[in-house]
Design a protein around this ligand. Structure first.
Ligand SMILES: Cc1ncc(COP(=O)(O)O)c(C=O)c1O
Length: 378
């Protein structure tokens, strides 16, 4: 059997990883400014993370959600503390798409409505409802198409208010990334998120904050939507939550009440996943990683803004987009193959930085130096 060929691959095999570095099978070292797509939050193979997973594996790796799993309770408690949402409730699942799927479903159970408001350039995942609220027709199969979703212009308060005034009583939920990732690092304005909050309150719709990529401390706050000061009803999270172990969740405001069997999963919240997620939160707290993300992120953004050929620098903390002109489309490739630095990308020509939250200023400088030399040589 061969692999189903859905990914354009770089000809690199990663064999070893530590902190903000990875090595290929020939021993070549790379600086990881991509974090395996925003997944590596506390750094690769952090010793506390490795030990907690190892210890857990020796005790029990998995048992189903038909029994009490105290690790889930500990995780909910810790997540409440670190995220500052102690009165919220946690439902655990396995991926970002699944988190959004459950959030949209829960919202619809809550108010009995069907319409969902999403925004231009949004990416929320590839399963049925998650892809239906994703603004990319190329990945929406005919079976995923639904008349229940409307896409409004991102950050357009007037359009949002108008839509609510005309359809408010049919709207189940509004879903928005605090910073659009796949869409090219576009920051939702604080006033836009406040407007979503107030309209959702007025019409009893549910505000869903997709924090799958922009959450888990990456911006210097736990959820990037926190910058607005307006609480969401549901936060969805995944990527950084397990530092590579597949674990995801939704943090649910107290007004949304649970009923037995309304949501469920086989693998979600298993013992190993909880051990991974707990160790991540412990390290975020102990090593003050949110503060580090804010400090090193601001430093990177300031330095990038000084570079003349860059069209625009967008983002917050360690979620940064560097928009380059068309003629500089080789830069990302050269960073990887010449300078041995992994970065992410968005269309049309945006370099995305999503490094581990533990990245040092020295490592940030290595990236800045390489980018500078690349921009000067073009
Ligand atoms: C904002 C956002 N939401 C949801 C997802 C989907 O997550 P997953 O690939 O874990 O299903 C992603 C993945 O890139 C994302 O960036």
């Amino acid at each position: 059997m061969k692999l189903f060929d859905v990914y354009p691959l770089n000809d690199i095999v990663i064999d070893k990883a530590q902190g903000s570095y990875v090595w290929d099978d020939k021993g070549q070292q790379y600086l990881d400014m991509y974090g395996g797509h925003a997944v590596i939050s506390i750094g690769h193979t952090h010793p506390h993370y490795v030990k907690r997973l190892e210890d857990q594996l020796h005790k029990v790796g998995f048992y189903s959600n038909s029994v009490k799993i105290p690790l889930q309770v500990q995780l909910a408690q810790k997540l409440g503390e670190v995220s500052g949402k102690e009165d919220y409730h946690l439902f655990l699942c396995n991926s970002g798409a699944e988190a959004n799927e459950n959030a949209l479903k829960l919202a619809s159970f809550y108010n009995g409505r069907k319409k969902i408001v999403a925004f231009t350039k949004a990416f929320h995942g590839r399963t049925s409802l998650a892809v239906a609220v994703t603004d990319n027709p190329n990945i929406v199969a005919p079976v995923n198409q639904t008349g229940n979703v409307v896409f409004l212009p991102f950050n357009d308060e007037v359009a949002l208010e108008k839509y609510f005034n005309e359809n408010g009583n049919d709207i189940s939920s509004v879903i928005i990334e605090g910073i659009q990732g796949v869409g090219g690092i576009n920051v939702a304005n604080d006033s836009f998120l406040q407007k979503i909050r107030s309209l959702c309150d007025e019409y009893n719709a549910v505000y869903i904050a997709d924090s799958v990529q922009c959450g888990y401390g990456r911006t210097g706050k736990f959820y990037s939507q926190d910058f607005s000061g307006a609480n969401a009803d549901i936060y969805t999270m995944a990527k950084g939550m397990g530092n590579g172990f597949p674990v995801a969740g939704i943090s649910i405001a107290p007004k949304l009440k649970a009923k037995h069997f309304m949501l469920g999963t086989t693998f979600g919240g298993n013992h190993l996943a909880c051990a991974a997620a707990l160790s991540v939160l412990e390290i975020i707290e102990e090593d003050a990683l949110m503060q580090n993300a804010a400090t090193v992120g601001s430093y990177l953004i300031e330095e990038l803004k000084k570079m003349p050929k860059i069209l625009e620098v967008r983002g917050r903390g360690l979620m940064i987009g560097i928009a380059l002109p068309d003629e500089l489309k080789e830069v990302k490739k050269n960073l990887l193959f010449k300078h041995k630095i992994f970065t992410g990308e968005s269309k049309p020509n945006v370099i995305r930085l999503l490094p581990a939250l533990s990245i040092s200023k020295k490592e940030a400088d290595l990236f800045l130096k390489a980018l500078k030399s690349e921009l000067e040589s073009e």
